[in-house]
Write a protein that binds this ligand. Structure first.
Ligand SMILES: Cc1ncc(COP(=O)(O)O)c(C=O)c1O
Length: 382
C-alpha cells in the first residue's frame, strides 16, 4: 500500500515527530529511519568488510543514476553526483564558453549559492542582470525583457529560498530558448516537494543538494546536464572518475567519459549518496505529485490562518502555481528572532530569514504540527 502523506505510517518514519513540530525543511530535513538505516548499513559493511559495497558491485552507481533520472524525467547519462548545489552551479559557470560582453539574467532574490558562481565571471567581462522582485514576485515579463542577443544564460531558482515564490520555469525556458539562451535552475527548494520534469520544463542544467526537501544526508547532491550540451559544458578540470573507464588504472591517455560522469572527479561521498538514494526511493514511493498536492493544501491553510491573525505574509499567495512548500511571514510588532525563540521553546522548528519567519512543512507533517505553531502565535498576540 502506498505511503499516504500525513498518515501515521508516514509520521512513524520520522522519529522527530515524537516530540517536535518540525517545519524547517527549507533549511534541512530531519533524517527518516530508512535513510538512517541505509547509511548505517553502509558504515557497518565497511566496519566488517573494509571494502565498501560499491567496490564489489559495479551496478550500484548505474542503478543510482537510473533512480535519479527517473525521478527528474532525465536520462541516466545526464546525471552526475556532486556534493551540493554550488558544485553543480560552479560547473556551469566555469564550463560554458563565455566571451567578454556576454551577460546572464538572474533574479535579485536568489540565495547566495546562486549568486557567487556567476559573480566569479564578472572579472572575465560577463555582465550579471538581476531582475528585481516586486512584493515577492519576479515578473516573468521583466525576465524576458532583460534578455538580449548577448544573453547566454538564465540562472534562476525554481523556488526562491526566502519568499517561497515559484518561478514559471517552463514558460521562461520557452522564451529563453527562442532567444538561444540556456536555462540553469537551482532546484534545491523544489526537488522532493514539487514534481520536476526536466524535459517538459525545458531545463538545460539543474543543480540540487540533498539535505532539504530531498531529505538526504549532508554532502551529496545532484547535477543534471541536457545530453546535447555535454560537449558544450567543458568540465575544465577532470579527474580519474571522469574518464571513459576509471578502472583502467594504467592508461594515462583515456578520453573523457561521454556521459555526465565526466563532471565527477574522484571517489564520491558514498555514505551520503546511499542515504540520498534511499530518501529518493521513499519520496518516489509516496509520489511527488501527491506530496505537492498535500503540502500546497497545508501551506494554503497556514497562509489563511496567518492572515486571520494579522500576520504579514511575505510569500506571494494569490495563485497556488506561484508557491511551493515555503511560507514566510512577519509579525506586525514582534521581531522575527523573538518569535523564533518562543517557537523553539515550544519545540516548533522554523527559520529566521531576514525580517521573516520561514515555515516549510513536508509530507509527514500534519495540521496538528501547524496548530502548535499557531498556538504560540496566539500566546504572543498581535
Ligand atoms: C536556493 C538555494 N540554493 C542553494 C542552497 C545551498 O547550497 P549548497 O547545496 O551549495 O550548500 C540553499 C540553501 O542553503 C538554497 O536555499
Amino acid at each position: 500500500m502506498a505511503l499516504v502523506p500525513g498518515s501515521d505510517a508516514a509520521r512513524a518514519l520520522f522519529p522527530i515527530t515524537q516530540h517536535a513540530a518540525y517545519l524547517d525543511h527549507a533549511a534541512v530535513s530531519p533524517l527518516n529511519v530508512r535513510t538512517a538505516q541505509a547509511v548505517q548499513d553502509w558504515i557497518d559493511a565497511r566496519m566488517q568488510h573494509g571494502h565498501p559495497p560499491a567496490f564489489a558491485n559495479p551496478d550500484l552507481l548505474p542503478s543510482f543514476r537510473q533512480r535519479v533520472a527517473a525521478f527528474f524525467h532525465a536520462h541516466p547519462d545526464e546525471i552526475a553526483f556532486t556534493r551540493n548545489t554550488s558544485e553543480g552551479l560552479l560547473l556551469v559557470a566555469r564550463g560554458l564558453p563565455w566571451r567578454e560582453g556576454d551577460n546572464l539574467v538572474t533574479a535579485e532574490t536568489e540565495f547566495t549559492a546562486n549568486v557567487y558562481p556567476w559573480r566569479n565571471l564578472e572579472a572575465a567581462g560577463v555582465e550579471i542582470r538581476r531582475v528585481p522582485a516586486r512584493d515577492g514576485r519576479i515578473d516573468p515579463r521583466e525576465i524576458v525583457a532583460a534578455m538580449d542577443e548577448r544573453t547566454r544564460l538564465l540562472a534562476l531558482s525554481y523556488v526562491e529560498f526566502f519568499t517561497g515564490y515559484r518561478n514559471p520555469i517552463a514558460e521562461l525556458a520557452e522564451e529563453a530558448h527562442r532567444r538561444d539562451v540556456l536555462v540553469c535552475v537551482d532546484v534545491i527548494q523544489a526537488a522532493g516537494v514539487l514534481p520536476i520534469d526536466v524535459q517538459a520544463m525545458g531545463i538545460d542544467f539543474m543543480a540540487a543538494g540533498g539535505p532539504k526537501w530531498l531529505m538526504g544526508p549532508l554532502g551529496a547532491g545532484i547535477f543534471y546536464v541536457r545530453r546535447e550540451l555535454l560537449d558544450l559544458l567543458d568540465p575544465r578540470a577532470y579527474g580519474w572518475l571522469g574518464t571513459v573507464n576509471p578502472m583502467n588504472f594504467f592508461d594515462y591517455d583515456m578520453p573523457l567519459s561521454p556521459t555526465a560522469s565526466r563532471y565527477e572527479h574522484g571517489t564520491l561521498a558514498w555514505p551520503s549518496l546511499v542515504g540520498l538514494m534511499e530518501s529518493i526511493a521513499l519520496l518516489s514511493e509516496v509520489g511527488v505529485a501527491q506530496i505537492a498536492e498535500y503540502v500546497l493544501a497545508l501551506t494554503g491553510r497556514l497562509i489563511e490562518a496567518l492572515l486571520e491573525r494579522g500576520m504579514q505574509v511575505v510569500t506571494p499567495h494569490a495563485r497556488d502555481e506561484e508557491r511551493a512548500g515555503i511560507v514566510t511571514f512577519q509579525h506586525p510588532r514582534v521581531p522575527a528572532e523573538q518569535v523564533w525563540e518562543r517557537l523553539k521553546a515550544a519545540d516548533v522548528h522554523v527559520s529566521v530569514r531576514g525580517p521573516g519567519i520561514r515555515v516549510s512543512p513536508h509530507f509527514y507533517n500534519t495540521w496538528a504540527d501547524i496548530e502548535r505553531l499557531l498556538a504560540v502565535l496566539d500566546e504572543i498576540g498581535v
